[in-house]
Ligand binder design. Structure first.
Ligand code: NAD
Ligand code: UDP
Length: 311
């Protein structure tokens, strides 16, 4: 049994990770400031002897004796991270800075949740970890993209200078139960609109692509990365290489929900990447990992989750 700190543990991905770690018998501290997360996501864990909920903001130092840290604290949806972009940058950079200090003192492993956004609007397709990216440093997505890039820098410098046992994962678009219904991300927007028989909004011409990973596949990948030897820092891509246009996604959601929704087209947001698809060769060889849940199957789970929650 390990003592494990999960920052952002009450969020979408964090809550699935806490659930898995608690089920595996670890002693879990779920730390969150509830900016985009919710106690409801971890309601079923409260009261268990190996689960502890802490209200804290990672822009401030936090001290605890732990064996492992998963650093997930950061809003992930564009409408959330653009709502208060200065706070987003502070969360990304001060958050990892404080947690690296904790990892240095306790000699624990620390896994940092980075993102495919570090590749920006990629000129290389699919994206391997060796690609340095194409990111606008001053745009409306920069608070998140550059915050995450700088967090990677700190994770590597603490590893090189102080021997911190850092590990960086680059997560590609992930979806599943416990997402907020109105977080503005494409899967939730489409599913919620379809369940309400309202118009589905396609930004741009809908030909931009994303690769969608179901959350349980990601959690398995994260646990395998944490289990690697100390000489493995990553970065390592965790995503599903299946690539879909937003039009394909919309038609699949309409089919699976049996909705009467119509498609309407709105302007593409600034700096919206045209394509995104992970090269997961490293994850396959290093972790023996690849996603198992198809988009069709994963979307069905999400639809079943939201159907009773949407009026
Ligand atoms: P989320 O918004 O559901 O979860 C983020 C959690 O962090 C929330 O519970 C929020 O309250 C908490 N948080 C935010 N700022 C904080 C702060 N200053 N102090 C403490 N807690 C804070 O998002 P998610 O989809 O679960 O993403 C989790 C992590 O994974 C994020 O770091 C995100 O950047 C990364 N990621 C997610 C995706 C994805 O597709 N979901 C893709 C790439 C990377
Ligand atoms: N998108 C869309 N309609 C929506 C929400 C998003 O067409 O209602 C598009 C968005 O412009 C982007 C893609 O879907 O091209 C994925 O958007 P999301 O915000 O989920 O993730 P990210 O852009 O951060 O990958």
């Amino acid at each position: 049994m390990k003592r494990i700190l999960v920052t952002g543990g009450a969020g979408f991905i964090g809550s699935h990770l806490c659930q898995r770690l608690v089920a595996d018998g670890h002693d879990v501290i779920c730390l969150d400031n509830y900016y985009t997360g919710s106690k409801e996501n971890v309601w079923h864990l409260i009261g268990k002897p190996n689960f502890e909920l802490v209200r804290h903001d990672v822009t401030q130092p936090y001290w605890a004796e732990v064996d492992e840290i998963y650093n997930l604290a950061c809003p992930a949806s564009p409408i959330h991270y653009q709502h208060d972009p200065i706070q987003t940058t502070k969360t990304a950079i001060f958050g990892i800075y404080h947690l690296m200090g904790l990892a240095r003192r306790t000699h624990c492993k620390i896994l940092h949740a980075s993102t495919s956004e570090v590749y920006g609007d990629p000129a290389i397709h699919p994206q391997p970890e060796t690609y340095w990216g194409n990111v606008n440093p001053i745009g409306i997505r920069s608070c998140y993209d550059e915050g995450k890039r700088c967090a990677e820098t700190l994770a590597m410098d603490y590893h090189r200078i102080h021997g911190v046992r850092s590990k960086i994962i680059r997560i590609f678009n992930t979806y599943g139960p416990n997402m907020q219904a109105y977080d503005g991300r494409v899967v939730t927007n489409f599913v919620v609109s379809a369940l309400k028989n309202e118009d589905i909004t396609i930004y741009g011409d809908g030909m931009q692509t994303r690769s969608f990973q179901y959350v349980t596949d990601l959690i398995e990948g994260m646990i395998r990365v944490m289990a690697t030897d100390d000489d493995f820092t990553g970065p390592i891509n965790l995503g599903n290489p299946g690539e879909f246009t937003m039009l394909e996604l919309a038609h699949l959601v309409i089919e699976l929900t049996g909705s009467d929704s119509k498609l309407v087209f709105k302007p593409l947001p600034q700096d919206d990447p045209r394509q995104r698809k992970p090269d997961i060769t490293l994850a396959k060889t290093k972790l023996g990992w690849e996603p198992k849940v198809s988009l069709r199957e994963g979307l069905q789970h999400v639809i079943d989750y939201f159907r009773p929650r949407i009026r």
